[in-house]
Design a protein around this ligand. Structure first.
Ligand code: FUL
Length: 591
């Protein structure tokens, strides 16, 4: 019996159009094509674009924890409006040792804290604003969450990253561009000077200012220069040019995930015009094809980071629960297994601790990874497998465009295809039905230049069974006899639901259909007779619906008794979504 071994690449059989000369020249991080470069040469050069040192070190980490904690934790919101009183921030048992030790046990190598989210509340005692922990009752105004976390990271050997939201709904100078840029640089300077080594800086691209909002022109290059000067080993993520947002908040890398892309990072003033001319943005399904490379005049090594929360929201809400192990296992396979780093958010709760339910789920996830990906069956004489792990030597670029895995069965002396794929990159995990194999072969079907890829593991994995949903569900009110009418007023839509009889309503769910446009801000009212209306909420906001279009559940402070329910759209994203009783569901109080 043959040892199960891999019969390696090198069998590149479709190096279509690649120039004959092999060059040893590599381009680090960025590549501008000389004028007149033809498309064949461009593809060949794209194959020799490689990460810089910081990017390489970042990519090895695989798992980073995101910590969304701040004012929203205490107001039960996802985006604060900046008008919250610092008095509200008062965790009674904040314990960063508990955060970091749990995350360390779960296998994370770095944590990134929301030092300031869009509401502008700073978790460190900044000199730039009073809107910070220094004005809160927590530890008599003497607390500093960033300093606590730094200490815990040192204690447990964890790296630290900082999320600093450029969008600031509290700063009065926001929109007065030079003044706010100075303030932002001052905040960044404090964070990158006073808290030891910072390994990742996260500048969120989100800005929900509507048509009447303030328009801030960010000085991205100055922000980047500040960061490079103060923390030269850190990577700059999202609007930064070291690490790219994967394009969704659902935990999915692309099947075809290129780290080499003509997509221009938004720190560059020309990003909009170039990206528009190429017809791509961060959310596009494909951002690295040969066709795009051929059209481009510059390329970036800009690898993908998959940010997703362990719960439906980014901040802790008591009505939500952590996702099932099965969902987390899928997320792992579709992020780490698709040439990405997984940035998994675990939001501390109001007490200032990571909730035990999340700690338990993280440990289940750790055990699942260990149980399934420790026992490497490569090298055993014969085995039943259902998963292989592939790696490309990214120090020689990302090259493979299409491949196939074949398994050899000595009983009938036959090679059969087990799985196919497109890109490999740093790591690619493939799954397929259980198959007994005695040898494995990686066949490269298409590559941009000589491929340097190999199978590094073969496993028999068990996917967890789906369990409970991630929200505490309120029953929906049956739609039988319900009538929804639509009217238009001042450019806004008014949806009125009439029920067959007066009914207790505990809240409602809006299920987004992104292709039809998104509801962003709304007002809701109720009535018993359809004439006299009572406000339930005059302005509600589905804060993060564009990046994360999951069902949006709104639970009223107290249930209302009504025969009529009315929702008025105040602001939409894209077209006005046309709601129906299947996308606007009324909830009944829990029985
Ligand atoms: C988004 C933000 O708007 C969310 O609130 C969250 O912080 C997520 C990581 O990024 O753009």
């Amino acid at each position: 019996m043959t040892n199960m071994k891999q019969i390696l690449a090198g069998t590149a059989i479709a190096l279509c159009g690649i120039v004959a000369h092999a060059s040893d020249e590599y381009f680090v991080k960025e590549l501008i094509f000389p004028e007149g470069t033809d498309s064949i040469t461009k593809v060949e050069m794209a194959a020799r674009l490689v990460p810089n040192e910081q990017q390489r070190a970042w990519q090895q980490r695989e798992l980073t924890a995101f910590l969304h904690f701040g004012m929203n934790t205490f107001t039960d919101r996802e985006w604060g409006d900046g008008k919250e009183s610092p008095e509200l921030f008062n965790p009674d048992s904040l314990d960063t040792d508990q955060w970091v030790s749990a995350l360390k046990d779960a296998g994370f190598k770095m944590v990134i804290l929301t030092a300031k989210h869009h509401d502008g509340f700073c978790l460190w005692p900044t000199a730039t604003t009073d809107h910070s922990v220094a004005s809160s009752p927590w530890r008599g105004g003497k607390g500093d969450v960033v300093a606590d976390l730094r200490k815990s990271c040192d204690k447990y050997g964890m790296k630290l990253g900082i999320y600093l939201s450029p969008w600031d709904r509290n700063a009065s100078c926001y929109g007065d561009s030079p003044r706010y840029n100075d303030m932002f640089v001052a905040q960044l300077t404090e964070l990158l000077t006073n808290y030891g080594k910072i390994d990742e800086v996260w500048f969120d691209g989100a800005c929900g200012e509507g048509p009447n909002g303030k328009k801030q022109e960010y000085d991205w290059l100055r922000f980047r220069e500040t960061m490079r000067r103060l923390q030269p080993e850190a990577v700059l993520a999202i609007t930064g040019d070291d690490v790219r947002w994967v394009g969704n908040e659902g935990g999915r890398g692309r099947e075809t995930e290129w780290s080499v892309t003509p997509l221009v990072p938004s720190i560059y003033s020309y990003s909009d015009s170039i990206n528009k001319s190429l017809g791509i943005d961060a959310m596009s399904p494909g951002i690295g094809s040969r066709e795009l490379v051929a059209k481009a005049d510059r390329l970036y090594w800009w690898p993908s980071e998959v940010d997703v929360s362990i719960r439906p929201g980014w901040f802790y809400h008591s009505h939500e629960k952590p996702h099932s192990l099965s969902r987390l296992a899928d997320i792992y396979l579709q992020s780490v297994g698709r040439n990405s780093v997984l940035l998994l958010n675990i939001p501390p709760d109001r007490s200032g601790r990571i909730n035990q339910a999340d700690v338990n789920r993280l440990m289940e996830m750790r055990r699942w990874i260990d149980q399934n990906f420790t026992d490497n069956l490569l090298g055993t004489p014969s085995a039943t497998i259902n998963s292989v792990v592939l790696e490309e030597d990214i120090d020689r670029g990302q090259r493979v465009e299409q491949f196939e895995i074949l398994g050899y069965d000595s009983t009938n002396d036959r090679w059969t295809p087990l799985a196919q794929g497109t890109t490999i990159g740093k790591k690619r995990i493939l799954t397929f039905p259980d198959t007994k194999v005695d040898a494995l072969r990686l066949k490269i079907l298409s590559s941009r230049s000589t491929p340097h890829a190999r199978i590094t593991g073969a496993y028999h994995i068990t996917m967890p069974q789906e369990t409970a949903p991630a929200t505490i569900e309120l029953p929906s009110i049956p739609t039988k006899g319900m009538k929804l009418t639509t009217a238009k007023n001042d450019g806004n839509f008014i949806y009125t639901i009439r029920m067959p009889k007066a009914t207790e309503i505990a809240g409602f769910v809006y299920t987004p259909e992104p292709a039809k446009g998104l509801l962003f801000k709304y007002a809701v009212q109720s009535s018993l007779d359809g004439k006299k209306w009572t406000d339930i909420a005059t302005t509600g906001e589905f804060s993060n619906v564009e990046a994360n279009p999951i069902p949006q559940q709104v639970v009223f402070e107290t249930p209302v008794k009504a025969r009529y329910f009315r929702l008025r759209t105040l602001e939409t994203i894209g077209n006005s979504p046309m709601l129906s009783t299947s996308t606007l569901t009324l909830l009944s109080p829990k029985q």
